[in-house]
Design a protein around this ligand. Sequence first.
Ligand code: GAL
Length: 702
Amino acid sequence: MNDTTHRPADRQAALRARLGGIGLGADYNPDQWPEATRTEDLALMARAGVTVVNLAIFAGARVEPARDAYDFTYFDRVMDDLAAHGITADLATMTAAPPPWLVTEHPEVLPVTADGVVLSPGGRRHFCPSSPVFRDRAARLVEAVATHYRDHPALGLWHVGNEYGCHVAECFCDTSAADFRRWLGERYNSVDALNDAWSTDFWSQRYASFDQILPPRTAPTYPNPSQQLDFKRFGNDALRTCFETETAILRRITPDVPVTTNFLAGLKSVDIYDWAPTMDVLSLDSYPDPNRDQAHIGAAMSYDTIRCAGGGEPWLLTEQAPSAVNWRSRNAAKSPGRTRLWSWQAVAQGADVIMYFQWRPSRGGAEKFHSRMVPHAGPDTRVFRDVADLGRELARVPELVGTRIHNRVALLSDWHSRWALELDSHPSDAVRHSDRALDHYAPLFDLGVGVDVVHPSADLSDYRLVIVPSLYLLSTEHADRLSRFVAGGGSLVVSFFSGIVDECDRVHLGGYPGPLREVLGISVEEFRPADAGVVFPLQGVSGSGDAPPTGTGDLRREDVTLKGARAEVEFAGAEWAGRPAATVHTHGAGIARYIATRPDTAAMRGLIARACADAGVEPVLPVLPRGVQASIRTGDGYDVLVLLDHADHADHADEVELPTPRRDLLADGQPTTRRVTLAPQAVAVLGSHPTEPAPTTTPESA
Ligand code: GAL
């Protein structure tokens, strides 16, 4: 972002100095309670070690109850109380839910679906991102809030909007249509260029002028895929423009206060890599389902994504559930110990702030059954005791603040590829971006190997192994970077349906996967998706090293022709016997693998383990029991190892051997032996040597 006042390092340092350690907090909605409750809240926050709150996210209607009639009296008292108690406000810009007066005066701000349905107020996020009225009213509100609180001692961070892209990812109204046409004009300059990019000679779609173009509204059959893809890009940009409009105001009025917005883990509509450079510190909301086996691995992948999007800087876990959520069909409570374990997991993977949704639940409203730090039953509850214990623990490890993680494996992820991959009219609708990424991430997690999840444009020079999991859309430029990475000695693993189309969703010609064929030494002629439940036997090829992976594949069985590569695994069984299922190719000084099916868990782990071995990639610790996650955060002259036992077995503890003795930072730095015993759901936080330098940050206010 070309912004001379943009000094993220300074602003990050300011936030660290304020918090003085790993931050703990929650969404705080005191306006949903009688004023007297706040006295108890603040006492309990002190008990729990709360240092930061997300404040006033949905308070727009209270602060501006009528057009231009700003009333800050209530939040002045709240902010004063927070300051008096040394609690930092991550103060919201209050623009995530337009107030009733605005939609009454201007119903045109309401969003419209692809089917033409106008979404009513009564929930939240009921605005069209392209609406000039909404943007103008949001800007005025932000100006008023920022001007009013610019010098308030509680203000430590700005929380812009809330979870952009949640609920309403895109709007199909006429205002959006006009904005889409403007956006297309800037992208393509001429309608001829657009016709070429969108392949509009197909089905008589050739446009004579930009005025003829509409959003991809519900049509008799598949709307043009390139149009759909561009509309996703436009939707992302329209939301980012809302965010940037607010951010520019905040930067002007409070140049020293850092700015963030909370991304929702797994959300498809907002491209975190695209937004990240406009933010001072990145924030993520994470709601893994306690009922889902291995949910922590999906969460781990999203933590590695947010950290890498922020250039490796520590990030904020702005929301997680203390126990159950209220928005799944069945909302499982977290078992005892899991809130702690999953909070520490975020810290292990680079978070410097741990927050919950929310502090105290309202008595009414749609989220009354969502879990909270202070339940309806009050503080004499397991949840409150657990989070308060966690607060005390987090306060013991200020040396973690600002430390970074260094990995040698990169897994490529790209929202544009995700949008394109998940369009209609494909060989199969069963290939989903996040599932495919997880199919590759999970074996690395199981092997104890740390992973960075990065955009294809990322600098790959520090990595030894790069994984490309069904990255359907890949530009020639990014494919060439991968070829150069391998030629220079890197290891590459590419999975089926990668490198198929260019940025306009047009097929790379000459055989799949167009720009990766040479580095992979293969060509693919047909994709052959499989029906659900159909599996193909896989046979490791003898002579291709120790224990070649065998097992089964499913989902896809591609027709691979070897063009220099050799098969490492073949399909078995009558019809396909001997056809390549996984290949390996030496290209320059490196090695490139291709996987033409979805191997079962063990076979996939075998292939990934081979790629790690070729690349010289080591796990974080030489030996880790199954289910134990290890992560190292490195500071200036020291590091901290975090061990997390995700295993569910209640019957036995896990033993972990450390290469060198470490101090147990949760037990006041007592020396440990080189052997750590972990009960199920246990956490160990272990400093590298007895004399770590004192942390550079100091608590500003206790
Ligand atoms: C988030 C949102 C919060 C709350 C929470 C409930 O998506 O930002 O405001 O609704 O979900 O889990």
